[in-house]
Design a protein around this ligand. Structure first.
Ligand code: PEP
Ligand code: MG
Length: 770
């Protein structure tokens, strides 16, 4: 057995399984492919038995009697399959019949195959199923076979989960009753897609698919409702691509040599190729959605070119891929620019939702966000929070195309997405929605009340903003100012750097809106997951790379432009400057020198150059250890608990796979915060917290107890946090913080704090999940 070849086959198989239109096809592809790759006479797959909780049913086989598919049922922990599932480990036997756990099913004809090797299919820590290979030769499978099958099962986990989701959606669409399946059904058996709570809240709306721009492999299998309209769309896109190429051609002909010009004509030739057009249209007539049809025909052409002997023709595969992308871009533009066509209750659903796609939905129509990638720490989730809409993140294997246009329920608390929910689920969520609205309404009474503990300690509550769109909610929440204005957001929603004058205009609106109330404006914090389309940066570890202040210091022209714009807008408000991602005091000193230089430049021009209070963000471990040195150089500190948690715990804030480890209550994080507060106060500097921990009722109570002076959060959370703080005394919050100091894990802290919230009558704020 050639391991390299087998691995290649596995990779191809995973792709085929992921693309299968339904679960039976996926499973058949899998067993046939695996039997061949492993050179085994039998390969079978067992999935959860819908009729018996914890049981297994044979769903596909190569080599056993095909009639036994769907007929072989094993109870929980029954048979060798049950053993594999229970132990979550491979079972490799020379002679299966001799094993105590062997159960014989005459209908399979498996007695002929003594050698048995079974492995669990694990996905996100759960056993999704069991793959078993069998052979006529006793002792046929060695250690290497076991490792390979194990590798296959690990690779296929996601694809199988995806196929199961498809099956459930199709059944739901066909109105067939859902059956409980442990991984994806709630207590009553209603199926949902499981992700992570990204931004709290509930939305019932219509899914609107967001596709990565011009990525052929991201186009989903979808059927068309209206072939004629799709064909018209295709012809329009073709004409637009033709025109785009013709224009490109005319500007290039003067510059390119003869041979290149030939290539260029070959390109145009492809767009005008009647055979290509006919094939796409035939697929549309056959029921394919226009983008799916283009994807498939382009792939056929690429495959044909790649198999050609002539190297010149083989090269054409790349041109075809490029042409496919151009066509797709045209089609997607048509889909996206159908502005106003966004449903009134749009829920964006996509592989990766960008702040840009959120900003594109007309005001008031965006109700929720569902993303296959990311987690609560992602900037899209934070933006959703700022908009006051729920977000479900990290829904791996999200079948975007199938969900598009469907009614969905987004539960941002438990991270669930229900597609075409039953009336029972819809009613239940409508009730929850109403309860939430009633609580929000009730809390508006607190709008003009101070955030003061029962014994009179006042904690200043600020709002986080970044887009002009979220200024209004911030003002309405009664925020005493802005604790974090993320300037990168207006940079992200443009196609080039905003000029100094443009920036002055934007900042001035924010400063004026808040008048006397302070606005803390943070200098550009791009990098990590916030990439500017016009400054592409490719790094292996972007969160450890060129981000925040590092980038600003390497590009003083960008930094100085921004500083001058802030200083010029500053007379219109009460402004404080905040520097992100400070890692060393040298960086801080350099930034402070540049602030002085920007002031000097304004003064040279005879303009006012106010001396603004300057703060540093404490969000990387080095800054925690050097808080005292940093504090001596600035006027205030602001702790970014999102990044601090990410860097202290070495847990990517965007990675759904490790999201369960991302917890701002981890004792290492709370120790870091205690240390920052103590060092800063010893230097006489106030400390604020502007990460999501401030918006968590438990987090806010602990931070207050630790002595944090100001909390800044999404506007939607502000009144709830005010309610929390007004329900406890300073002594209580101190005691919470003291008790947390000796906790060894976050769970202990959270459990104690949640009990306290419930005892104080604030249990409705705890809606973590089930
Ligand atoms: C943080 O890291 O906690 C923070 C407030 O900044 P951002 O989320 O923008 O990185
Ligand atoms: Mg940060």
């Amino acid at each position: 057995m050639q391991a390299g070849n087998v691995l290649k086959t596995l990779h191809r198989l995973t792709e085929q399984v992921a693309k299968a239109p339904d679960l039976p096809t996926a499973l058949r592809t899998l067993v046939t492919g695996l039997a061949q790759a492993m050179d085994a006479e039998v390969c079978s797959i067992y999935l959860p038995d819908p009729e018996v909780a914890g049981g297994w049913v044979l769903r596909a086989t190569e080599g056993l009697n095909p009639e036994s598919v769907g007929q072989v049922h094993l109870g929980p922990g029954e048979g060798l399959v049950g053993l594999v599932a229970r132990e979550e480990e491979p079972v490799n036997l020379e002679s299966a019949q001799d094993h105590a756990w062997f159960r014989y099913f005459p209908e399979t004809g498996e007695e002929r195959f003594p050698a048995f090797l079974g492995v669990p299919i694990l996905h996100r820590g759960q056993v999704l199923g069991v793959i078993a290979v069998q052979s006529l030769n006793a002792g046929r499978f060695d250690e290497e076979h076991a490792t390979l099958l194990f590798t296959a099962a690990a690779q296929l986990g996601g694809a199988i989960a995806h196929a199961q989701v498809l099956e459930r959606l199709v059944r739901a669409r066909e109105g067939k009753a859902e059956t409980p399946e442990q991984a994806v059904a709630d207590g009553s058996g209603e199926a949902f897609l499981a992700g992570l709570g990204g931004a709290q809240g509930i939305a019932i709306g219509t899914a609107w698919a967001v596709y990565p721009p011009a990525d052929l492999s991201a186009v989903s299998d979808r059927r068309t409702d209206d072939p004629e309209a799709d064909k018209r769309e295709f012809r329009t896109a073709l004409a637009a691509a033709d025109q785009e190429l013709a224009e490109l051609g005319s500007t290039l002909t003067e510059r390119i040599d003869e041979e290149d010009a030939d290539l260029f004509h070959a390109y145009l030739h492809m767009v005008r190729d009647k055979g290509f057009q006919r094939r796409v249209e035939a697929r549309i007539d056959g029921g394919s959605w226009v983008q799916t049809a283009v994807r498939d025909v382009v792939r056929e052409y690429i495959g044909a070119f790649e198999n050609m002997d002539d190297p010149y023709l083989r090269e054409r595969a790349a041109d075809m891929r490029d042409l496919g992308r151009r066509l797709l871009a045209q089609l997607q533009q048509a889909h996206a620019s159908a502005d106003g066509q966004y449903p009134d209750d749009t829920v964006l659903v996509g592989e990766e939702i960008s702040p840009l796609s959120m900003a594109a939905v007309p005001e008031g129509q965006l109700k929720g966000v569902v993303s296959a990638t990311g987690s609560a720490g992602s900037h899209v989730a934070i933006l959703a929070h700022a908009f006051g809409i729920p977000a479900v993140m990290g829904v791996e294997d999200l079948p975007v195309g199938l969900i598009d246009g469907k009614e969905v329920v987004v539960d941002g608390y438990s991270g669930r997405l229900y597609v075409e929910p039953s009336p029972r689920i819809r009613d239940e969520y409508r009730r929850l929605e109403a309860e939430e609205a009633a609580l929000t309404e009730r809390l508006t009474e607190l709008r003009d009340q101070p955030a003061v503990t029962r014994d009179g300690r006042t904690i200043t509550l600020y709002a986080n903003t970044g887009l002009l769109a979220d200024l209004d909610p911030a003002l309405r929440s009664g925020a005493e100012g802005i604790g974090l204005y993320r300037t990168e957001l207006p940079f992200l929603t443009r196609d080039r750097f905003p000029s100094e004058a443009e920036q002055v205009r934007i900042y001035r609106q924010v400063f004026e809106a808040f008048g006397e109330r302070p606005v803390t404006i943070r200098t550009l914090d791009i990098g990590g997951d916030k990439l500017l389309p016009y400054l592409p940066v490719k790094e292996d570890n972007p969160f450890l790379g060129w981000r925040g202040l590092r980038l600003s210091l390497d590009h003083p022209e960008i930094f100085l432009t921004q500083l001058r714009a802030i200083l010029r807008a500053a007379p219109y408000g009460n402004v404080r400057l905040l520097l992100p991602m400070v890692t060393t005091v040298e960086e801080l000193d350099q930034a402070l020198r540049l602030i002085e230089r920007a002031r000097a430049e304004l003064m040279e021009d005879g303009e006012p150059a106010p001396e603004l209070p300057v703060g540093a963000m404490i969000e990387v471990p080095s800054a925690v250890f050097q808080t005292a040195a940093i504090a001596r150089r600035v006027n205030f500190l602001s702790i970014g608990t999102n990044d601090l948690t990410q860097y202290v715990l070495a847990v990517d804030r965007n990675n759904a796979r490790v999201a369960k480890l991302f917890d701002h209550l981890h004792p290492a994080v709370t120790h870091a915060i205690n240390s920052v507060v103590d060092q800063a106060h010893a230097e006489g500097r106030p400390v604020s917290v502007c990460g999501e921990m401030a918006a968590d009722p438990v987090g806010a109570l602990l931070l207050t107890g630790m002595g944090v002076d100001e909390l800044s959060m999404s506007a939607g959370a502000l009144l709830r946090i005010k309610w929390v703080l007004r329900s406890f005394s300073t002594a209580q919050t101190r005691e919470f913080a003291e008790l947390a100091r000796v906790d060894e894990c976050a769970r202990t802290t959270r459990a104690r704090m949640e009990t306290a919230l419930v005892d104080a009558g604030l249990g409705s704020l705890i809606r973590a999940g089930d």
